[in-house]
Design a protein. Structure first.
Lengths: 241, 347
């Protein structure tokens, strides 16, 4: 055994060194896996912004998104058509007029699944996984009704990537007071304007329980990205016509 | 200088590690992003995967004689659809607005079959996909995906007093996604004309001593938000106020009890119209119409139910969790940090 170790040149230090290398590679792989969707959404957003700037100024812009779209492998995932659509579609046709959410600033255009029980993780993850979208929490108001319309982000319960896909709402962090949000519900558009952005503890449901009947929209995602530690809330009020 | 020497000495190992790291990050990101993209579906929300055989789509066999009435209903909806009704070899069609019914000209006998088809989209050329029967718990949908309640429509039908032959949960056309249907889009019902329609009974007072009926208003906590008072639902625990108007008399305030949910019994003449408007209470959401009216047709007590729930009460102790487990991310970062430290020390 000793001879074999000597033959392979395996000393204790070298073994620890190799294990450390392995640790570095494994952790990189894990982090890349966890943050992949967020990186993709960020790259799509940046590329769409580049495209928008290019359309407005006539000057080609090369940023992080454009870089990603030109990288081997990723260019198939972030193709030009998709970016083009992100720029135009977000401002034109909602993904669903039955219940859809459109936020032009972050090129977000998704359908919303209605009445999803927010208290049953198994149910909402299953529905969100199949719906591939975002969910309206059962028990909260619907657009046009008094009270808070609460919409939370996409996730999945695939065995190897539990709760990884909250990326649809990853860009919520870019919203600021004054930004506009459109919610389509049963073919009617409800416009909201962001009034508040805040981070709260996961068990802080004060914005939802025993609130006044004032109409508002709450968009929720986990914060910081890649964790389920806190909740980022975007609170918007109906836009006065 | 020492660092330079150290770097030079371990250069090949560091280069190898860097190349491997870049490769791993690249591959990890690619696989992660690809699987993410694949997980995203298209435009319409899929609720249940079904086979073509899951559709009912059979004609409705009528059990009585009479004229056919068709209901087209979706709460809060605004989409008109063209409905084609077929009885035997005859058919007729009409563009219907949401929450309306159509009294067709079809006279049917017991045993006749009636089939419906809805058309939507531009010029009403797109056929709706099909329908299934409602579930036993009065919802539309399949399996665990049961979400649209039909109790409000049942309520309307019961109020009209018609014989209902079939309630149908329809799904619209969801192409190009194919069979990812939800049966949740709209509801139709096949009944007969001539039930106790809204206007029935607004005649004959007769000039004799006025007959008296009565009205009671009840406020209940509508836990399942279906707009109906269910067996396990009770009072809200607080008083609610209502504006009540009987015929054209001035309105007055009516208060329901916090514990029983009901208020005093109001005696009214038969033939009167009672209009009740709920005064909104902060923190409560209505599940019934804010204004309801009843025509007092006989000497019985009419109960006007108003349901409410508190928003957010279906939330558990915390807001839904849609992120990766913090422990996983923290673990990966910790492993990275520790590995780098060990690598530097034992390189």
């Amino acid at each position: 055994m000793k001879q074999m170790k000597q033959k392979l040149g395996l000393t204790k230090n070298r073994l620890i060194g190799w294990l450390a290398s392995l640790g570095i590679l494994v952790s990189f792989a894990l982090l890349a896996w966890i943050y992949g969707p967020s990186v993709m959404v960020e790259a799509s957003y940046q590329a769409a912004k580049d495209k928008q700037n290019e359309q407005q100024s006539g000057q080609p812009t090369r940023g992080f998104g454009s870089l990603m779209t030109s990288m081997a492998g990723f260019n198939q995932l972030l193709d030009d058509k998709m970016i083009e659509e992100a720029v135009t579609v977000a401002q034109l046709e909602p993904a669903s007029k039955q219940f859809g959410l459109v936020i032009p600033k972050i090129f977000l255009n998704v359908s919303v699944i209605e009445n999803v029980n927010p208290d049953n993780k198994e149910v909402y993850q299953s529905i969100l996984k199949e719906g591939g979208s975002v969910a309206h929490a059962k028990g909260t108001a619907l657009p046009g009704e008094p009270g808070a319309v609460y919409i939370f982000g996409h996730s999945t319960d695939a065995s190897f990537n539990v709760s990884r896909y909250n990326a649809v709402f990853y860009l919520l962090r870019r919203l600021e007071p004054g930004d506009e949000i459109s919610v389509w519900y049963f073919f009617k558009e409800y416009k909201y304007v962001v009034t508040e952005k805040k981070t709260v503890d996961a068990d802080d449901i004060s914005d939802l329980v025993n609130v006044e009947n004032e109409q508002k929209l709450i968009l929720q995602t986990c914060w910081p990205p890649g964790t389920d530690w806190k909740r980022l809330l975007i609170i918007a009020k109906p836009l006065a016509v | 200088m020492r660092l330079y020497k150290w770097l030079r000495h371990h250069a090949w190992q560091l280069v190898l590690l860097a190349v491997l790291s870049v490769g791993v990050v690249w591959a990890g990101l690619y696989l992660s992003m690809r699987s993410y993209k694949l997980s995203q579906s298209g435009e319409e929300v899929m609720i249940a995967k079904v086979k073509a055989s899951d559709f009912t789509n059979d004609p409705v066999e009528m059990t009585e004689s009479g004229k056919v009435r068709v209901y087209y209903w979706m709460p809060g909806g605004v989409t008109d659809r063209n409905v084609k009704v077929k009885v035997g070899s005859k058919s007729d069609e009409k563009v219907m607005e949401m929450e309306t019914y159509w009294d067709t000209d079809f006279e049917v006998e017991s045993g006749d079959e009636v089939s419906l088809q809805f058309f939507e989209g531009k010029d009403y050329k797109t056929e709706a996909s099909g329908w299934v029967k409602p579930n036993d718990d009065d919802t539309c949908g399949l399996g665990k995906y049961r979400r649209q309640s039909i109790t409000k429509l049942e309520d309307i039908l019961e109020e009209h007093g018609e014989k209902v032959e079939q309630i149908m949960c329809w799904t619209d056309n969801e192409l190009p996604k194919g069979l990812t249907l939800d049966f949740n889009d709209f509801v139709a019902a096949v009944t007969y004309t001539g039930g106790d329609d809204d206007d029935g009974g607004d005649d004959d007072d007769g000039g004799e001593e006025a007959q008296k009926g009565s009205v009671v208003i009840r406020k209940f906590r509508d836990d399942n938000q279906n707009g109906m008072l269910d067996e396990d639902e009770g009072a809200t625990g607080q008083e609610f106020e209502f504006k009540v108007r009987i015929n054209s008399e001035p309105e007055f305030i009516y208060t329901t009890d916090s514990q029983t949910g009901i208020g005093e019994e109001l005696e009214v003449d038969v033939g009167s119209k009672v209009e009740v408007e709920e005064v909104e209470e902060p923190g409560w959401i209505r599940t019934s119409d804010q204004i309801q009216s009843r025509k007092i047709l006989d000497e019985t007590t009419y109960v006007v139910n108003f349901g409410n729930y508190r928003p957010g009460e279906s939330f558990g102790p915390q807001q839904p969790d849609t992120g990766a487990p913090t422990g996983l991310t923290a673990g990966a970062l910790l492993l990275l940090g520790l590995s780098i430290l060990l690598k530097v020390k034992y390189l």
